[in-house]
Write a protein that binds this ligand. Structure first.
Ligand code: FPP
Ligand code: MG
Length: 301
């Protein structure tokens, strides 16, 4: 159900709205970038996609978001225990996938360490809800933890599967980490200005729950009347109403935080591409990784 392959009553779905599969694509391309064949990275690609979906199942419960990919989130359809346990099952399936792959002694610790960082990032994120005075740098550090780390892991595992030496694997990992922060900046922008039908997520969900995302932190940082008004809106301990959300959107826009967040994403993309160059990738996968990086900072879903 979570993947959209089956309806609630177990009918197979054609053309289901699926995820973007960014992480498995990164694993396969990182493997090819260091001279490996894509099939060498099949199991690492599966593992990172499973961890990603495990983390989304838990994240929707934590955020109280009832919709994912335009469908009811698993917890909303089947209950919180189902969401927690399905997430746990996917996580352990990911570890099993890596255990069945070559070089598991070096890849499993990378995945486990990554998941610890994801958990740390997600926990910090929950502490930021309604957190007045949370700096943009701290929000970006959380983005690096909860999102950057899994993209870094996808690239590192792909590179290791392709036989990369530690230096190349580290540069590809850094490429993924920077790209992950750019990805989260876009995610936060789309959470405010994205079209619900395109993103598949409820509009204003982050604002309603007083989440301090990158554009919100950027907007609150200033001394302008708009920044002060936004801080005042966030100061209450109740979820924002629909009208409050619309006002918050206007205020954030007026501070210029939307543009600044998009520029920031482009800077992280540029940093990512520098690391890609330092990894001395093969030309064709390098071009595809570059295109993927551009897609991430220009996407609308
Ligand atoms: C989405 O963020 C959430 C993440 C990127 C990471 C969530 C991590 C965990 C729940 C810990 C790891 C757990 C397991 C089982 C591996 P978001 O809420 O900003 O994005 P959204 O708008 O897509 O919900
Ligand atoms: Mg969420």
């Amino acid at each position: 159900m979570h993947f959209g392959w089956w309806t609630d009553d177990r009918t197979a779905v054609e053309n289901a709205a699926e995820g973007k599969a960014v992480r498995p694509a990164l694993a396969l391309l990182a493997c090819q970038a260091v001279g490996g064949k894509p099939e060498q990275a099949h199991l690492p690609a599966v593992a990172v996609e499973l961890v990603h979906n495990a983390s989304l199942l838990h994240d929707d419960i934590i955020d109280g978001d009832p919709v994912r990919r335009g469908r009811p989130a698993l917890w909303a359809a089947k209950g919180v225990p189902a969401g927690i346990l399905a997430g746990d099952a996917l996580f352990f399936a990911a570890v099993s996938a890596l255990a069945d792959a070559p070089r598991s002694q070096s890849t499993i610790p990378v995945l486990l360490e990554c998941v610890q960082t994801l958990i740390g990032g997600e926990y910090l994120d929950t502490l930021f809800e309604a957190g007045i005075g949370v700096s943009e740098d701290r929000v970006l550090a959380v983005a690096a933890g909860k999102t950057g780390e899994l993209l870094a892991c996808a690239c590192t595992l792909g590179a290791l599967a392709g036989g990369a030496d530690p230096k190349r694997a580290a540069h590809l990992g850094a490429f993924g980490r920077c790209l992950g922060v750019a990805f989260q900046c876009l995610d936060d922008v789309l959470g405010i200005w994205g079209e619900e039908e395109t993103t598949g997520k409820p509009a204003y969900s982050d604002l309603r729950s007083l989440k301090v995302t990158v554009p919100v932190a950027a907007a609150m940082a200033g001394l302008t009347p708009e920044a002060r008004a936004l801080r005042a809106l966030y100061h209450g301990d109740r979820p924002l109403s629909e009208d409050d959300c619309r006002r918050a959107v206007d205020l954030i826009e007026q501070t210029g935080a939307r543009t600044r967040t998009l520029q920031r994403a482009r800077r992280y993309e540029a940093d990512a591409l520098e690391h890609l160059t330092l990894a001395c990738p093969a030309p064709v996968p390098a071009a595809e990784l570059t295109a993927l990086a551009q897609m991430i900072t220009q996407r609308d879903r």
